[in-house]
Design a protein around this ligand. Structure first.
Ligand code: CTP
Length: 398
């Protein structure tokens, strides 16, 4: 599975760098094209000459080649790669990656990489166990990076514990497994709305809601991990997708979200309408700030926003699917079934605000999936990531 894959091998300054030579050899033997990026301290442990001889490419360490002034584009490298593997990853580089300290070519390339990133930590057992390292590794996980856990054993310090970089054969096995994972949504284009919409009252105030986008982004990540080409049309949120391939288009208001969805839907196979779209918007938003002293108590006249889910339901072709959400406070199932019919949806995901572990901002959700034949499947409380997988599985059944 690694044949023809473009792999960036990042090497940092640790004793385990000697194992990177074997890792590089194994990757090249399997037909991968490998570009080595090394940190300045990595060069203290392993020579670029060995690495360039084995990879057949000049090793990149600096932003510029000193004698020619040629700039090494970390952006181009990041786009070229199918995967980036950082092995060994020292505590220092992990910390820089976690906090975006882009002071060398390896970390800038990491920050630009669109491809999945695999990190093989290697350090002494006390460094590995330090809360700072564990917190930084958790941050990398939260960015969607794959951590190849170090093994326990005798370390360079002769102490015995966890911190040995995983063996090159095992790292190659992890990569192989990643590239051979099933991709049931490969070739499918998915459009997802997420987050709230903001409807401007004046330049500083808006009507909004408590949606954080967590559910929509979890669906986006789950679908992208299964090979879908995902575009999220997102209202204002403070989160990001963890899958680098997910494309996010930021919008503010329901009308902007509607316009983007109408534009993108004809090229999509599946639309998942997860956004909490404001149903109404101020008819005449003020162009300057409404002042307390100079105005009577303002009356804000509202007009209806377009119903995006219904608009897509009305224009969908037989091979397109539209999935909606219903967040209800009462009469839940009946309201959800009505919305399913009215908006011509193929499935609706019902969640109730009466469930304390469901709804806005929570990390969990409790949903009932109702398909257009009227079948309802009730799920228990799960993490939003697990709920996202349940929704994706149900979409695949559609
Ligand atoms: N929706 C939409 N555009 C709107 C309102 C809702 O696309 N203007 C979508 C939501 O993203 C969700 C579904 O329609 O997928 C149901 O949203 P909800 O707010 O529960 O339903 P409404 O039709 O707005 O009905 P109500 O607010 O009266 O419950």
């Amino acid at each position: 599975m690694l044949s023809g894959k473009h792999i960036i091998l990042g090497i940092t300054g640790g004793i385990a760098a000697y194992k990177s030579v074997t890792l590089l050899r194994l990757l090249v033997k399997r037909g991968a094209e490998v570009q080595v990026v090394i940190t300045p301290s990595g060069k203290e442990f392993i020579t670029p000459v060995t690495l360039s001889a084995l990879s057949g490419k000049p090793v990149i360490c600096d932003f510029f080649t000193a004698n020619t002034g040629e700039w090494h584009s970390h952006v181009d490298l990041g786009l070229w790669a199918d995967a980036m593997v950082i092995a060994p990853a020292t505590a220092c580089t992990i910390a820089k990656m976690a906090h975006g300290v882009a002071d060398n070519m390896l970390v800038t390339t990491y920050l630009s990489a669109k491809a999945p990133v695999f990190v093989a930590p290697a350090m002494d057992l006390d460094m590995m166990a330090h809360p700072s390292t564990t917190a930084n590794i958790s941050l990398l996980r939260s960015y969607g990076n794959h951590i190849i856990e170090p093994a326990a054993g005798e370390l360079a310090s002769h102490l015995i514990g966890k911190g040995r970089m995983e063996e090159p054969e095992e790292i190659v096995r992890v990569l192989d497994e990643f590239f051979s994972r099933p991709m049931p949504l490969a070739g499918k284009k998915m459009l997802i709305t997420a987050g709230p919409t903001y409807e401007r009252i004046d330049p500083v105030r808006f009507i909004g809601n408590f949606s954080t986008g967590k559910m929509g982004y979890a669906i986006a990540d789950a679908a992208a991990a299964l090979g879908a080409e995902v575009t999220v049309v997102s209202g204002p949120v403070s989160i990001k997708p963890t899958q680098p391939s997910v494309k996010v288009i930021d919008v503010e208001s329901a009308r902007e979200m509607h316009a983007k969805c109408i534009e993108l839907f004809p090229g999509s196979d599946i639309a998942v309408m997860c956004a909490a779209v404001a149903d109404y918007t101020p008819a005449n938003p003020a162009t300057t700030k409404i002042k307390r002293e100079h105005s009577d108590i303002p009356v804000i006249e509202l007009v209806k926003n377009p119903d995006i889910a219904a608009a897509l339901g009305a224009i969908k072709k037989p091979d397109q699917k539209v999935v909606g959400f219903a967040l209800e406070t009462d009469n839940e199932e009946q309201n959800a079934r009505e919305k399913l019919q009215r908006k011509h949806l193929d499935m609706i995901v019902l969640n109730s605000l009466r469930d304390p572990k469901a709804g806005f901002g929570t990390d969990t959700n409790k949903v009932t999936l109702i398909d257009c034949a009227g079948n309802a499947t009730h799920f228990p409380v799960k993490s939003k990531q697990e709920v996202a997988m349940d929704i994706i599985n149900a979409i695949m059944d559609l």
